[in-house]
Ligand binder design. Structure first.
Ligand SMILES: Nc1ncnc2c1ncn2[C@@H]1O[C@H](COP(=O)(O)OP(=O)(O)OP(=O)(O)O)[C@@H](O)[C@H]1O
Ligand SMILES: [Mg+2]
Length: 392
């Protein structure tokens, strides 16, 4: 039996998320020995409050036949409780065969490797798979299902559903009156659908009011610009921070120092956005005096100030000249790429939509008539007939 303590043999590598259990050179002959090891392991794992990739070292370890069942049962429990995936290193043929045999019976993957390096590499691969799948497969980012919305006799939306993955630029297109803005209003919580469901980050948020939806991380711009025309660009953008500000009148009075600090932090973030959207020159200008294209940019800036997870943009390029449109398209792409913001975009300019979107849904008279990648949608005869071929 080696001199090393059990405490020594359980190592939690925080930075890489690996819990290492080192049974090397041990000679496990009694149940008490087995329990001592797993008690220590479980205590540490429970205290860590997280899940780990398990690396189990069996080099030159001997497990007596009479304690194998106990060993396997405790190992399995620990795995179920705390493991994201387990790899094993074992050089002794006997131990390996025993592990394989137990793996077969207890229905777990043996994952035995010849060296610690190989095992660590396998953990890296597991982690990558998990990251790829994690966001997409484990939970729905945003899904609208079977949305119905009527205004008196007008059916604005009839059973529309689609799914947006994290990080997409997802466009909603369709002729005038198709229901695009209505859909955005449903997503933002501004309209309550008559029927249907909205799932965000795996949770049903169908019945949340607009302010609660905003707090979840949705920000929007409007088809008809909705800014405070008499206020400066800077002040308009600051209004986007209001959701983020914690101080209120009372705490301001009590802790003016804190409130001032907070104000400075907000200003810094706003300045970053102003730089990003290249609107330094108009920061002190009342927005009512700005040309339309720049007002649209200020509105985007205010939405960005909310640091949303999802930006809902209703015709951000309407009424712009070609150059302004190109600028706006570039900003949308930059926001998406640099901040990972998911973007849902309504836009009539097909050139822009096809250039920057990951997916497109096509509405017509409140119905979804097509959905797919820009190429799929472009080539769809139904879409061409209903929309793309029709000038308006
Ligand atoms: N608040 C409302 N009250 C009554 N009817 C409405 C309301 N909002 C939308 N509608 C109607 O619902 C239908 C869809 O309108 P919506 O504004 O969603 O279309 P859109 O696709 O955004 O059109 P556009 O391209 O012209 O902006 C239209 O018939 C519209 O008149
Ligand atoms: Mg609209």
């Amino acid at each position: 039996m080696s001199e090393r303590t059990v405490q020594d043999r359980v190592k939690l590598h925080d930075d890489i998320g690996v819990a290492e259990f080192d049974f090397s050179d041990m000679n496990l002959t009694t149940q008490a020995q087995v329990d001592e090891f797993y008690d220590e392991a479980e205590r540490r794992l429970a205290a860590s409050n997280r899940q780990w990739y398990f690396l189990v070292i069996y080099t030159n370890c001997v497990i007596a036949p009479e304690v194998w069942d106990r060993f396997a049962a405790r190992g399995k429990n620990t795995n179920i409780g705390y493991s994201l995936g387990t790899v094993r290193v074992g050089t002794s043929a006997r131990t390996r065969d025993a592990i394989r045999e137990h793996a077969g019976r207890a229905m777990f993957r043996a994952n035995i490797f010849d060296s610690r390096d190989q095992a660590m590499f396998a953990i890296g691969e597991m982690r990558k798979r998990r990251e790829v799948l994690g966001a997409d497969a484990a939970e729905v980012f945003l899904r609208v299902e079977d949305i119905h919305l009527s205004f008196g006799g007008v059916r604005a939306l009839s059973g529309v559903g689609f799914q947006v993955d994290r990080g997409e630029i997802y466009s909603i297109i369709g002729p005038n009156g198709a229901g695009k803005t209505s859909m955005l209003n449903v997503i933002s919580g501004f309209y309550r659908p008559n029927r249907g469901q909205i799932i965000f980050e795996g949770k049903d948020r169908t019945h949340l009011p607009a302010h609660a939806v905003a707090a979840l991380g949705f920000a929007r711009t409007f088809q008809n610009i909705a800014l405070f025309k008499g206020m400066t660009t800077l002040d308009n953008i600051m209004t986007g921070r209001s959701l983020k500000m914690k101080s209120n009148f009372l705490t301001d009075a009590l802790y003016w120092g804190l409130a001032q600090k907070e104000e400075i932090a907000h200003r810094e973030q706003v300045e970053r956005i102003i730089d990003f959207l290249e609107i330094q020159a108009i920061r002190k200008t009342p927005v009512g005096r700005l040309p339309y294209g720049l007002q649209k940019r200020v509105e985007l800036a205010r939405a960005l100030a909310m640091e949303a997870k999802v930006l809902l943009l209703d015709e951000p390029m309407a009424g712009m000249n070609v150059e302004e449109k190109e600028d706006m398209a570039r900003f949308i792409l930059d926001v998406n790429e640099q901040w990972g913001t998911t973007i849902i975009l309504i836009e009539h300019d097909m050139g822009v939509v096809m250039d920057i979107s990951t997916h497109v849904v096509v509405l017509d008279y409140g119905l979804k008539i097509a959905e797919g990648t820009p190429d799929e949608v472009r080539g769809d005869p139904v879409v061409i007939r209903a929309y793309l071929g029709v000038a308006h």
